[in-house]
Design a protein. Structure first.
Lengths: 207, 157
C-alpha cells in the first residue's frame, strides 16, 4: 500500500481523475444519456423479438437450434470481462497505469473469446438452415443478437484504441474519463447480454 | 406536400435576404434566453445567471431589471474548438444507411450495381464514421479560452 501512496503522490492526480474536470463530468453525464438512447434501441429489438419468436415457419425451432453449453461459455466470458473492466477502473483510481492497461487487455481478450464463440454459433446455425430470411423468428434473432455482437466488436476496437492512447498519453484528467465511459459502455453491453441470455436462449429452450 | 415545401423554401429565401436585425426580446419573454442579445454571442451568457425560480426574466422585469443577476465572477470562458468531424460522422451514417437500403436493389447501371450490391457504399459510409470517431478520440481538443478583455469586444456569432 505504501508503494501505491508513493505512486499516487508522484502523478499528482486526484483520487477520481475522471471527475476532476467539468469536461470529464460532462462527458460522463452525456454518456449516460447515450446509454438511455441505447436502452430504447435494444428495447425495440427485444419487443420485436418477443413478438415474433414463435413464428418459426418451416425453419428450425429455438429448442432444436440452441446449445446452452456453448452459450453458457460465451456468457461466462462476457460476465468475467465486465469484472475485469471494473478492475481496470479500480487500477485507474489507484493511478496504476500498467494495471489499467493490463486489465483492459484481459477485458478485450475475453470479449474476443465471446465474439469468436458467437461467430461460430451463427455459422453453425446457417448450416442448420437458420438464415436471416428463414422465418420471422430468425430475422428477429439475428437482428437482436447481431446488434449486440456488433456492440461487442465496437467495444473491443474502442478499448483497444484506449489502451494504445493510455500507453502514449499516460493517465491524465483528459484520458481518465475515456476509460470510465468505455467501462460504462462495456457494462451496458454485458447487461444487454444478460437479457438476451434469458429472453432469447432460456425462454427459447422452454418454448 | 410539394406545395408546403415550396412555401418553406420561399420563406427561407425571403428570410435570408432580410438583414439580421431582430430585436433581442420581441415577445416580452418570461424566460432567461430572452435576456440574451440578438444575435447571441458565441459564448452565450458571459456569467452563469443566478436562477431563483421558474420564469427568472419575468421576476427580474417585475423588479425593474433587465440583466440577470450573475452567479459567478467574470472570468475566461472555455470554448470547444470548431470541428467538421461530427458533421462528417453523421454524413457517414447517412451514406451507410443509403448503401444498406439499396444493397439488394437491381440497378440497370453496372457501376451503381457494383458499388451498392457489393456493400462498397455501405462500407465506405461506415468507414467514414469510424475514421471520424478515431480522429476525435486520438486528437484531444483542449478548446480555447475567451479572456475577459475580449468579452467586451462584441459578437462573432
Amino acid at each position: 500500500m505504501a508503494a501505491h501512496a508513493h505512486h499516487a503522490a508522484e502523478t499528482g492526480l486526484p483520487a477520481e481523475p475522471e471527475r476532476a474536470t467539468a469536461e470529464g463530468r460532462n462527458k460522463i453525464l452525456g454518456f449516460w444519456l447515450f446509454l438511455g438512447g441505447e436502452t430504447v434501441l435494444f428495447g425495440c429489438l427485444f419487443a420485436t423479438f418477443i413478438g415474433l419468436r414463435h413464428n418459426i415457419g418451416n425453419g428450425p425451432s429455438p429448442s432444436e437450434l440452441f446449445d446452452l453449453r456453448l452459450v453458457a461459455l460465451a456468457t461466462f466470458f462476457l460476465l468475467t470481462s465486465s469484472l475485469t473492466s471494473v478492475f481496470a477502473v479500480q487500477a485507474m483510481h489507484r493511478h496504476q497505469l500498467r494495471q489499467l492497461i493490463g486489465w483492459f487487455g484481459v477485458t478485450v481478450l475475453l470479449g474476443l473469446g465471446f465474439l469468436i464463440l458467437e461467430i461460430y454459433e451463427f455459422v453453425h446455425y446457417v448450416h442448420e438452415g437458420h438464415t436471416f430470411t428463414t422465418s420471422a423468428f430468425s430475422s428477429a434473432f439475428y437482428t437482436l443478437v447481431g446488434f449486440h455482437g456488433g456492440h461487442v466488436l465496437f467495444g473491443i476496437l474502442w478499448i483497444s484504441l484506449l489502451m494504445a492512447q493510455f500507453a502514449v498519453k499516460g493517465l491524465t484528467t483528459v484520458t481518465a474519463p475515456k476509460a470510465y465511459v468505455a467501462a460504462l459502455y462495456w457494462h451496458f453491453v454485458d447487461l444487454v447480454w444478460v437479457f438476451i441470455f434469458t429472453i432469447v436462449y432460456l425462454m427459447g429452450m422452454v418454448g | 406536400m410539394g406545395f408546403a415545401m415550396l412555401v418553406l423554401v420561399i420563406n427561407m429565401i425571403i428570410t435570408f435576404r432580410k438583414p439580421k436585425d431582430a430585436p433581442a426580446d420581441p415577445w416580452d419573454g418570461r424566460t432567461l434566453e430572452w435576456s440574451m442579445s440578438s444575435p447571441a454571442p458565441e459564448y452565450n451568457f458571459k456569467q452563469i445567471p443566478l436562477v431563483r425560480g421558474i420564469d427568472e426574466l419575468f421576476r427580474l422585469k417585475m423588479e425593474g431589471r433587465r440583466e440577470p443577476v450573475p452567479a459567478e465572477p467574470v472570468g475566461p470562458i472555455h470554448m470547444p474548438s470548431p470541428s467538421i468531424l461530427p458533421f462528417l460522422m453523421a454524413l457517414g451514417l447517412f451514406i451507410a444507411g443509403f448503401g444498406f437500403m439499396y444493397a439488394d436493389y437491381e440497378f440497370a447501371n453496372g457501376v451503381l450495381a457494383a458499388l451498392f450490391n457489393n456493400y462498397i457504399v455501405a462500407g465506405a459510409g461506415l468507414a467514414l464514421t469510424l475514421a471520424c470517431m478515431f480522429l476525435r478520440s486520438v486528437f484531444d481538443d483542449p478548446g480555447y479560452h475567451i479572456e475577459p478583455d475580449e468579452l467586451e469586444k462584441g459578437v462573432h456569432a
